[in-house]
Design a protein around this ligand. Structure first.
Ligand code: ADP
Ligand code: CP
Length: 311
């Protein structure tokens, strides 16, 4: 049996608390399928819509009420981990109980170290929060000074810096729990972004780390066999969304790199997933990364579907 790190995409969580509560019930099923198959599973997840909504709520509140503080992004990230982890761990717990699987599940508040000098701080790229029309985005940019960009033909979203993850601070605890047979939700939302100060302290920074990149970092640190990136599509494709779209079953590192150069993967959506997969499998022989949909996870681990990226 394998050790699997699952990176859960936005379609597993939705956009509102009500939607999330509903969707995580479905998301828990394929996760528990893998557990039932005997695999050791660690779960990471995104937080783009959630961290954007939390930050916006505080910003709007602070504008209108003197007693509402504005909330830094690291704290917003921490809140998103708690909020998503709470729903997800309860859904997984319930699914385990329904199937009489005697396993415990928990969420670890996870910090991820980044470099304050990372050039990403000068070039915000991480889309967060809701989607807006071009006109709405232009108005918001003029009002707030924030940056908004078009996100993969889906509308305009605010972007903030997304530095590269260096290490997961709570890695040893996550590993201890996983080795003890616990199911761990960790590095949620790419982890709380922190920088190390001169006295080994950790200080939150204004950023949101890409969850695929942070998942790759944790997968490396835990030396898992599979990095499973679960999103809304069953397979990755060339000419995505065009009449000549072709889904891909398998990719070598070299093939994947060539397709990146040919710009088949949209930045901010599929590109970070393929990059994370390449980096993960490049790290050690025998590793595999699978990109597929939540619904197909069980089949994909048996090699029946998904796009497998390997050496
Ligand atoms: N070449 C491609 N092959 C498949 N999907 C692609 C490709 N390029 C862009 N996409 C889009 O990227 C989406 C996944 O990115 P995104 O929605 O940002 O991920 P997440 O599930 O992490 O929230 C897919 O659902 C699909 O719409
Ligand atoms: N942090 C992060 O990458 O979130 P999304 O996957 O929701 O964009």
């Amino acid at each position: 049996m394998s050790k699997i790190l699952i990176a859960l995409g936005g379609n597993a969580l939705g956009n509102t608390p009500q939607e999330q509560l509903q969707l995580v019930q479905g998301s828990a099923k394929p996760i528990v399928d893998l557990i039932e198959q005997g695999h050791d599973v660690i779960i990471a997840h995104g937080n783009g819509p959630q961290v954007g909504a939390i930050n916006l709520a505080f910003e709007n509140g602070a504008r209108e009420h003197a007693n509402v503080p504005s909330m830094p992004f690291a704290e917003c990230g921490a809140m998103s981990q708690g909020y998503i982890g709470y729903h997800l761990q309860n859904a997984i717990r319930e699914e385990l109980l329904n199937r009489s699987i005697n396993k415990l599940v928990t969420t670890i508040v996870s910090q991820v170290v980044v470099d304050r000098k990372d050039p990403a701080f000068q070039h915000p790229t991480k889309p967060i929060g809701s989607f807006y029309s071009k006109e709405e985005a232009e108005k918001l940019m003029a009002e707030t000074g924030d940056t908004y960009v078009e996100d993969s033909n889906r509308g305009y979203r605010r972007v903030i810096p997304s530095p590269a993850p260096i290490k997961v601070v709570e890695k040893d605890i996550i590993e201890d729990l996983a080795n003890a047979g616990r199911i761990v939700i960790a590095a949620g939302g790419g982890g709380i972004p922190v920088a190390e100060d001169d006295n080994h302290g950790l200080v939150g920074v204004e950023a949101v780390i890409d969850k695929d990149s942070a998942s790759k970092c944790l997968a490396d640190e835990l030396d898992v066999d599979f990095l499973f990136i679960l999103t809304a599509v069953e397979k990755i494709a060339i000419n995505f969304g065009k009449p000549n779209q072709q889904d891909l079953d398998q990719l070598s590192i070299e093939e994947a790199e060539r397709l990146i150069e040919e710009e088949h993967f949209a930045p901010g959506s599929m590109l970070p997933k393929v990059e994370a997969a390449i980096q993960f499998v490049s790290g050690k022989d025998g590793r595999r990364s699978i990109i597929t949909s939540l619904e197909k996870a069980k089949d994909a681990v048996l090699g029946k579907t998904g796009t497998i990226i390997s050496k």
